[in-house]
Design a protein around this ligand. Structure first.
Ligand SMILES: Cc1cc2nc3c(=O)[nH]c(=O)nc-3n(C[C@H](O)[C@H](O)[C@H](O)COP(=O)(O)OP(=O)(O)OC[C@H]3O[C@@H](n4cnc5c(N)ncnc54)[C@H](O)[C@@H]3O)c2cc1C
Length: 394
């Protein structure tokens, strides 16, 4: 007989993925309560005006949500990646634009600095990022999106500094940001081995932020072009090593896409909650539409898809926190959660009928917001490519 080892149904049994610790539950509920009380009333206006409320950004700093993983000695909360995931999920159930602001700050910018920054860079920027500075992460260019390492922004070393020239496109948070992680090549002939990550401050000579894109969804989140024209950057502002910026990009984006998975499950939960409440209230043929089995089955399928997406997201985040390999899990969670969000928000619009198609009800916006999950931080095809490489060993 094969040995079963010591069968222990107590402490040795791995915890279910959806079980949160007491602290995690308290944290998630507090973020949710804040989102419903302070963000909800501003969602429509911020979406209409395609503008993020500065006051809300200030509140996110006060609550510690902009420096979740920043060590306490640098003024942050010193919490885990999983906390970032819980925060992004809770915020996105009310407004995915706020969700992505917090996501980029924590899972990309702070993460890159904590992991790759020199002591000087950490001492200088982490306290700012925890207290008042919004961060942005600039990899994409007009000609290099999925093929990110084909970037052409040039960094030329001269004296004790680098000079950056080129343009970045689609940069989230750029309008509000004070600190930018910027990828440029120090040697185009070296291909990806020329790519280097730099910290650039707003207001640096030769650096300008372009106009905001007019988008389908997450409209309150700014997305802008960045222009660099012989912009001086001190040598000490290199993140990690010169020519190893590709590693910074790959590793931060692997984690960042778990955050996007969290954004997608949050917004899908928001849409599902609205759909459940509405179908219980809306009457047709003399009864609530939630009493029709056809509607019940659609809601049941959506809830199941969302549950599966949440398991994938939480598992990828827990793997990351326990320092286990999570590359495939991260790609799968983003791929699946983005599709689930698209389906669930579409169903929510459907179940609201004509009311789902107008801006007076929240599901119209969540439906528009969902689409971005299949595009940024690696399109769905690129996630499939990563998963295929792993399972085929190629
Ligand atoms: C709102 C928004 C916010 C963003 N924020 C940021 C940010 O903060 N920082 C940043 O650096 N970038 C950001 N981006 C850029 C984003 O990451 C890119 O748009 C994305 O990676 C896709 O690149 P692309 O737009 O050039 O599309 P392309 O790479 O041109 O892709 C077009 C289509 O071709 C498919 N495709 C491409 N290559 C392959 C392949 N090998 N196999 C199969 N299919 C393929 C893609 O899946 C896609 O469907 C943002 C984009 C948007 C829209």
């Amino acid at each position: 007989m094969i040995t079963f080892g010591t069968v222990d149904t107590g402490t040795e049994t791995p915890a279910p993925l959806t079980r949160l610790t007491e602290d995690e539950t308290l944290f998630r509920d507090s973020v949710l309560e804040f989102a419903r009380r302070e963000i909800q009333p501003l969602v429509r206006e911020m979406d209409d005006q395609a503008r993020m409320s500065r006051g809300l950004i200030g509140r996110l700093f006060e609550l510690g949500l902009m420096g979740i993983e920043i060590p306490e000695q640098h003024g942050g909360a010193g919490a885990t990646f999983f906390h970032s995931v819980l925060a992004v999920e809770a915020l996105s159930s009310v407004d995915p634009s706020i969700g992505v602001l917090v996501d980029v700050q924590n899972t990309l910018v702070v993460n890159a600095l904590v992991r790759w920054g020199s002591d000087e860079l950490k001492d200088r920027y982490l306290p700012q990022l925890a207290a008042r500075a919004v961060g942005a992460y600039a990899l994409s260019e007009a000609g290099s999106g999925s093929d990110a390492f084909a970037l052409t922004t040039r960094a030329v070393e001269s004296g004790g500094e680098f000079r950056l020239t080129g343009r970045k496109l689609w940069i989230t948070n750029a309008h509000e940001a004070d600190v930018f992680v910027v990828f440029a090549t120090v040697n185009p002939e070296a291909g990806y081995k020329g790519i280097t990550a730099f910290i650039v401050e707003k207001g640096a000579t030769g650096f300008a932020v372009g106009r905001k894109e007019d988008k389908l969804g997450i409209r309150a989140s700014s997305t802008c072009e960045l222009m660099f024209d012989d912009c001086p950057v001190p040598r000490g502002h290199v993140l990690g090593e010169i020519g190893r910026g590709y590693k910074v990009a790959i590793e931060t984006l692997n984690e960042g896409r778990i955050g996007i998975g969290a954004q997608m499950i949050g917004l899908a939960q928001g849409a599902l909650d609205h759909a459940i409440a509405y179908t219980k209230e809306r009457k047709q043929f003399g009864k609530a539409i939630a009493d029709f089995q056809g509607v019940q089955f659609q809601l049941a399928r959506a809830a199941t898809e969302l549950y599966a997406a949440r398991l994938l997201v939480y598992n990828a985040a827990r793997l990351r926190d326990s320092r286990e390999p999570f590359l495939t899990a991260a790609a799968m969670c983003k791929l699946f959660a983005a599709d689930a969000a698209e389906h669930v928000t579409s169903l929510a619009v459907q179940l609201f009928g004509g009311y789902g198609y107008v801006k007076d009800y929240p599901v119209e916006k969540l439906y528009r917001d969902a689409k971005i999950g299949q595009i940024y931080e690696g399109t769905s095809n690129l996630q499939l490519q990563t998963i295929a490489k792993q399972i085929l060993g190629s």
